[in-house]
Design a protein around this ligand. Structure first.
Ligand code: FAD
Length: 437
């Protein structure tokens, strides 16, 4: 049974007494670092293993849209999407595309993905499971960011969804109705109210929905780097190593195996993002984890920008003014982790930025735009895997957060800390079990 949901943002004000129990956190993205910080809160010795630099461009946590969206409870697919499958295959530049060559491998995942959003009942069940994981996301991040000395990177000023008209918003009634039932509130903005808040926005958008409870991170890459530095300042050891498996002594975990030798430990956390599947298999769980690739285009020193980060509902992409520039992020491309980027998709994001913010110059010079490919770690049902592995309770899964991994990382870290300390998790973890498939 879960313990009652904790209201305080962090436990680090009253850290547990130091223990000799040693945990290796595999992966230094948002999920791994939040897990590491909460393991430190529990008094554990912590090693973080990752071959990449925390906050680096290789990780999904670097280039996302920065949304800390406690209301992002709907799975990515929706009823009727399956009818569009031929289009996904035919149009490599559509909002969701599947590379032909990859189709045979991904087909079982894709079918589950389509089924997960096929009925209102299924979508409602996913939303009910995600809400406790996401609730309070922005304030949880704010508290951790404050402790890490980068509180100014987290903004608690809400998030916007923008539509062309109220009619378009009303056509989305199912999703908003599910949110309302879960207690998510919003403010509706007329065209005049929307453009008073967003003076640079294309006038073609005439209706807004403001979610006051949500927030955003102004610079995800720098935030991740700051969390890593904070964990190290609190005693965690960061090691540049790729985890390859585990060594057990009987039923007990003895070490994490890496390309730089083994690391003796009592517990491990698999938080390797889209590369968690092989490690999970070594911990006894066959997981349908897929790489849902997305892109961003970032315009440096933009002449027009959003005041509040906004999801463009007819394109399902997000425009956010980050500390580095105007970032337009989104799209879903199903292809292997290592497949070459298709930068035309990122150029679509750039072109959309020009449409959304007409003050941007039509002849935007190439040196003012940066492109990025990211790899979301995605489960077909839109729910991450959080909880003990089948092989050993000493190995905790913490991956598969898909489109919401930055926002949900803060609560995930708390849950991992509670599991490592043998405490009852503060929310029900049954929907996130690795054995649900
Ligand atoms: C375009 C785009 C926009 C997005 N926008 C948002 C948003 O606005 N809000 C939101 O909440 N989410 C968003 N997301 C999703 C979010 O970015 C991810 O869900 C999240 O970053 C996943 O975090 P992670 O820590 O699980 O994985 P990652 O950040 O990918 O980190 C995994 C780490 O594990 C390391 N690793 C891999 N294998 C090993 C190994 N064997 N040994 C050791 N280390 C290993 C990697 O080097 C990497 O550093 C977006 C994603 C994309 C692509």
């Amino acid at each position: 049974m879960p313990a009652s949901s904790a209201s305080s943002a962090s436990s680090s004000e009253t850290p547990a007494a130091p223990s000799t129990r040693h945990v290796v956190v595999i992966g230094a993205g948002a999920v791994g670092l939040m897990s590491a910080l909460h393991a430190l809160d529990q008094g554990l010795q912590v090693t973080i293993a990752d071959p990449g630099r925390p906050g680096g461009e290789h990780a999904s946590s670097y280039g996302n849209a920065g949304w800390l969206s406690s209301h992002s409870v709907l799975p990515p697919s929706e009823p009727g999407v399956w009818k569009k499958l031929p289009g996904f295959l035919a149009d490599p530049l559509g909002p969701l595309s599947v590379r032909w060559r990859y189709l045979p491998r991904t087909l079982p995942w894709l079918l589950r993905y389509l089924v997960a959003g096929s009925t209102t009942a299924r979508i409602s069940a996913t939303a009910a499971a995600l809400r406790p994981l996401l609730q309070g996301a922005a304030s949880l991040h704010k508290a951790i960011a404050d402790q890490a000395g980068v509180g100014d990177m987290i903004d608690l000023g809400g998030l916007l969804h923008i539509y062309r008209s109220r009619e378009h918003f009303e056509a989305d009634a199912r999703g908003w109705g599910i949110r309302r039932k879960l207690g998510i509130g919003w403010q509706e903005l007329s065209a005049q109210e929307l453009h008073a808040r967003e003076p640079d926005l294309d006038p073609a958008y005439g209706f807004g929905v403001l979610i006051p409870e949500a927030g955003h991170c102004r610079n995800p890459g720098a935030y991740i780097a700051a969390l890593a530095a904070h964990a190290c300042a609190r005693g965690a050891r960061l090691t540049a190593a790729t985890a390859t498996g585990f060594r057990f002594e009987g039923e007990k975990l003895a070490a994490v195996l890496t390309d730089a030798g083994e690391i003796a430990c009592d517990a491990a956390v698999i938080a390797a993002g889209a590369q968690s599947k092989a490690l999970a298999a070594k911990a006894g769980d066959k997981i349908p984890l897929e790489t849902e690739r997305g892109y961003h285009a970032m315009v440096l020193a933009p002449e027009g920008r959003p005041r509040t980060p906004m999801m463009i509902m007819d394109r399902k992409v997000i425009a956010t003014q980050t500390a580095e520039g105007l970032r337009v992020a989104g799209q879903v491309e199903i292809a292997s982790f290592d497949a070459a980027p298709d930068w035309r998709r990122a150029e679509i994001m750039r072109d959309l930025a020009l449409k959304l913010f007409p003050a941007l110059p039509r002849d935007l010079p190439a040196n003012r735009v940066r492109y990025w490919l990211g790899r979301r770690p995605s489960m077909p049902d839109g729910l991450p895997c959080i909880g003990p592995s089948s092989r050993s309770i000493d190995i905790i899964h913490a991956f598969g957060h898909g489109h919401i991994g930055l926002g949900s990382s803060a609560r995930t870290g708390r849950l991992v800390g509670q599991l490592l300390a043998g405490q009852a998790p503060e929310i029900d973890l049954a929907p996130f079990s690795a054995r649900r498939f």
